[in-house]
Design a protein around this ligand. Structure first.
Ligand code: ATP
Ligand code: SF4
Ligand code: MG
Length: 323
């Protein structure tokens, strides 16, 4: 059984007329120890998916349907108290901007101890010891001296390490990382990614790595979901997606990757923009931007089709059937 099974998840926000689904029928699963990438352009619904999994969508946003089974439990059936016992203990999340996620009024040491006070019955001294070990583990230099520092006294990279320490101190089974390195400069990004990958391997936790950076996906993920306009349009092992993307949107994303050997060439971008929520095409949502679209594409929304083991694409004319 998979650790996480998401089925037909639908999360809506009120719109000028009625509501719109930022996440619209998303299904995927994630095994223990697996790293799943979630990629897609800005506004495709990656963060709303993450917040939905954590049951942290704030009103008037609402999870309107579907199922999230985590470790054998249906999360959508739990009351808030039961959900609080899981969040930070069994599943944790780290965000793009560590400064706004850390409490400016509490020392970093206290913030790493907090999940331990909430979820374990460790004494204060034991919690302090565990928190210190965790700060060491995420490579905060001289952690015992830094323990009583406040977030503003740390660099962006160190703050993100503290966020990781808070997320992992209770040894969760699942870590959701939403653009964890986007706000950092390139060298620091690489260090944080290395750290996450190392921690993931050591602990065998599952990780959902959300990013718009295909380089990040290539480096850390086993498998990738490509998201477009609230839906998953392709899911494939990383190597397959890079070698033989089947959905025209994924193929476009691949072509738009900056190629380091061709710095001077103009970057290829996918023409057009993601459709506005109130102007969703009734058939394939990518049709207005797709070079292969015909009338059949506009007739109905294509569902995910099985192309090969572990490889699915929501396109009626997939570019590849896998060799
Ligand atoms: N609190 C909210 N209220 C209303 N609409 C929202 C809210 N949060 C997200 N949305 C809308 O839901 C859609 C998906 O947003 P989401 O933040 O999930 O995108 P994303 O894929 O994470 O993009 P990015 O790469 O920019 O982080 C967008 O159209 C966004 O405007
Ligand atoms: S279904 Fe048609 S419009 Fe949609 S991606 Fe495939 S070819 Fe393009
Ligand atoms: Mg986002």
């Amino acid at each position: 059984m998979a650790l996480l099974e998401v089925d037909q998840l639908r999360t809506v926000f009120p719109a000028a007329v009625g509501e719109f689904a930022a996440v619209d029928g998303v299904s995927f699963s994630l095994d223990q120890g697996e790293v799943l990438g979630l990629v897609g352009e800005s506004g495709s619904g990656k963060s709303v998916t993450a917040f939905s999994l954590m049951r942290l969508v704030s009103p008037p946003g609402d999870i309107a349907g579907g199922s999230i089974r985590f470790d054998g439990q249906e999360l959508l059936a739990l009351d808030d108290r039961a959900m609080r016992r899981i969040r930070g203990r069994q599943m944790s999340m780290i965000f793009q901007e560590p400064l706004s996620s850390l409490n400016p009024l509490h020392s970093i040491g206290r913030q790493v101890m907090e999940p331990l006070f909430l979820h374990t019955d460790l004494s204060r001294a034991e919690a302090r010891k565990r928190a210190l070990a965790m700060l060491d583990r995420v490579c905060i230099p001289d952690a015992s001296r830094r323990f009583d520092d406040y977030p503003h006294q740390l660099s962006g990279g160190l703050r993100q390490r503290v966020m990781i320490a808070i997320a992992l101190v209770c040894e969760p089974k699942l870590l959701i990382a939403d653009e964890p390195t986007t706000a950092l400069d390139v060298t620091i990004q690489a260090q944080i990614l290395d750290l996450l990958r190392e921690l993931q391997r050591d602990t065998r936790m599952a990780m959902l790595m959300i990013t718009h950076d295909l380089g990040v996906v290539a480096e850390v993920a086993d498998r990738v979901n490509v998201m477009y306009a609230g839906r998953i349009v392709e899911t494939a092992p990383v190597a397959t997606l890079f070698k033989a993307p089947a959905h025209p949107y994924s193929a476009g994303l691949m072509r738009s990757r900056p190629d380091l050997t061709q710095e001077r060439k103009r970057l290829v971008t996918i023409p057009g923009t993601v459709p506005a929520p109130h102007q969703m095409p009734s058939g394939c949502r990518f049709a207005p931007r797709c070079a292969f679209a015909d009338r059949d594409c506009q007739a109905a929304q294509p569902g995910l089709r099985h192309l090969a083991p572990d490889h699915f694409a929501a396109c009626i004319y997939p570019l590849t059937q896998d060799a």
